[in-house]
Write a protein that binds this ligand. Structure first.
Ligand code: PLP
Ligand code: COI
Length: 361
């Protein structure tokens, strides 16, 4: 059934003109433009995974009683494909996204898409939409796989029909201002995830629930919200869509995976790259108190956030209900810069891929 599932291919009848593709790639932004095609695969209880198709990018037809519209069974992934110096395309650790997608599915009582099918869907979209992969530095093709429940019915239970979709979008900088230090708001009023909840899953509802806190951060004049633990509201968890790292001397510290934060693939990669650079790495709890004190004493020299969309983004300023402070001089520190160069160099094929992370599907 699984890896042998044949993909039918229907080319787009009116693909974008070369001029239009060039126009989009000249200024891709983030998540605003989509390629000509998409991949869809269906699942139901009787047939398992079936009807794998590559077809024109188009609207989805859903019954108004489709369960996803009412009870929200929806998960997604985010990964990138990069143009290599020889013109080929490689994606960054897609097997890790395939595995996390299965883990998110398990948490939401959805069927697990076999890794071979996930990877094949990536291979298929890159084959038909190759010309949409940008070549410029800092640019890539962002791939967005997702799965929703499509069964018609209002009973609250795991659905018996699902749709997997993969769409692709040329991507430049995630933040409108390009790469520059961001300011963050420490949220104590709202929390993202509680023990036993859905925080470790890439579940759509986590993002819906985050929006009011992101709006509050914006009201406070900050770019992003930093989530704290739900119980004591003092342990730093992550940012909206990014994991966090703290640099103290030659130590690089990131909050440990407690089940309430997303196990970022960039996070795990940077732990390895930081070790490669001779830095010592720690995964442990870090409190807002420690953050502020280590900053005041000068022990804390840099903070940065990381994720597929945001790459590595320095944090320059912190605001909370009781005050605000700059991180060091509020700029981009040397460790942040070095890790960013190493990671993006590897992804774009300028730095040796010693960990075997780049996959040519
Ligand atoms: N945390 C959250 C909540 C995210 O949505 C993301 C983005 O995927 C990350 C962290 C970073 O994960 P990754 O590095 O796998 O993109
Ligand atoms: C990603 O980095 O891929 C994300 O999913 C973060 C955000 C765009 C939701």
């Amino acid at each position: 059934m699984t890896s042998e599932l044949p993909f039918t291919r229907t080319p787009h009848p009116h693909p974008a003109t070369p001029e239009r593709v060039a126009e989009v790639l000249a200024k891709p932004g983030f998540g605003q433009h989509f390629t000509d095609h998409m991949v869809t695969i269906r699942w139901n209880r009787e047939q398992g995974w079936h009807d794998a198709e590559v077809g024109p990018y188009s609207s989805l037809a859903l019954d108004p009683a489709a369960m996803v519209l009412h009870y929200g069974q929806a998960i997604f992934e985010g990964l990138k494909a990069y143009r290599q110096p020889d013109g080929s395309i490689a994606s960054f650790r897609p097997e890790a996204n395939a595995e996390r997608f299965r883990s998110s599915a398990r948490r939401m009582a959805m069927p697990e898409l076999p890794d071979e099918l996930f990877l094949e869907s990536v291979r298929q979209i890159l084959a038909v939409d190759d010309r949409w992969v940008p070549a410029a530095e800092e640019e890539s093709l962002y791939l967005r796989p997702f799965m929703i429940s499509t069964e018609k019915g209002l009973g609250v239970r795991p659905a018996s029909e699902y749709l997997y979709v993969l769409i692709a979008s040329p991507a430049g900088s995630y933040f409108a201002g390009g790469v520059r230090p961001v300011s963050v708001w420490l949220s104590t009023e709202y929390v993202r995830a509680a023990p036993g909840g859905t925080g470790a899953a890439k579940f759509a509802g986590n993002y819906a629930a985050s929006l009011v806190a992101q709006a509050q951060a914006a009201e406070k004049g900050c770019d992003q919200v930093v989530w704290l633990d739900a119980v004591e509201r003092r342990w730093v968890e992550e940012m909206g869509g990014m994991n966090l790292f703290f640099v103290m001397g030659d130590k690089v510290i990131t909050p440990e995976l407690t089940g309430t934060l997303l196990p970022g693939i960039t996070r795990s990669s940077l732990l390895r790259l930081a070790s490669d650079l001779g830095l010592s790495v720690e995964e442990r709890r870090i409190s807002t108190d420690e953050w502020e004190k280590a900053n005041a004493s000068g022990e804390l020299t840099e903070v940065f956030a990381c994720g597929t969309a945001a790459v590595i983004t320095p944090v320059g300023h912190v605001k909370h209900a009781g005050g605000e402070f700059d991180i060091a001089d509020g700029g981009t520190g040397p460790v942040t810069k070095q890790l960013r160069e190493r990671l993006t160099g590897l992804q774009h094929g300028h730095v040796a891929d010693t960990h075997g992370w780049m996959t040519k599907l």
